[in-house]
Design a protein around this ligand. Structure first.
Ligand SMILES: [Zn+2]
Length: 173
């Protein structure tokens, strides 16, 4: 009987910790991400990355609490394709480069730290040696880049969002 009760207690605490995790997911917390938000569509929110690998580094976050790329449904995949083109235009017109990296990690072994689908789009612009520039980018991808202050994030949100504004009204209709 005691063993049975212990078993029930363990199951209960596992269930409640699971619910806690879903509620505490950083990318489900609209208050948290609103400070980084520059654009949204029906299925995604586009954020300024708080530790940019290069100027213009953005995050495309699924609105549904899904974990992996293969969890996207067909409507979301079409919407994602629209965002890729929009962000590419932003890189070209505002950041001044047509080159970029798309980075998306699936699962712990791949280094996914937040179990909620988020895709990095990082514009790449080097001055000087191409090889040294690429090594610098790889170093930051592996070891992380310096985090911005709240004020710096707010400045980037203000600076970047004007580019997305005209399209924004259309996307939420
Ligand atoms: Zn989530």
């Amino acid at each position: 009987m005691t063993a049975f009760l212990t078993y029930i207690t363990i199951i209960g605490s596992l269930l409640s910790s699971f619910q806690l995790n879903a509620a505490e997911c950083a990318f489900c917390n609209q208050d948290k991400i609103s400070k980084q938000k520059i654009y949204e569509t029906k299925y995604f929110t586009v954020l300024v990355d708080y530790a940019p690998i290069q100027e213009g580094h953005l995050l495309i976050v699924a609105k549904r609490n899904i974990v992996h790329l293969q969890d996207l449904n067909d409507d979301e995949a079409v919407d994602y394709n629209h965002i890729v083109k929009k962000v590419y235009s932003f890189f070209k017109e505002i950041i001044g480069t047509e080159d970029y990296i798309v980075l998306e990690k699936n699962g712990k072994s791949a280094g996914q730290t937040v179990p909620h689908l988020h895709i990095h789009m990082i514009p790449i612009k080097h001055s000087g040696s191409l090889m040294l520039g690429q090594l610098g980018v790889l170093y930051k991808i592996v070891f992380g880049a310096k985090a911005l202050s709240q004020e710096e994030v707010a400045n980037k949100v203000r600076g970047y969002s004007s580019f997305f504004q005209a399209d924004q009204k259309k996307q939420l209709r």
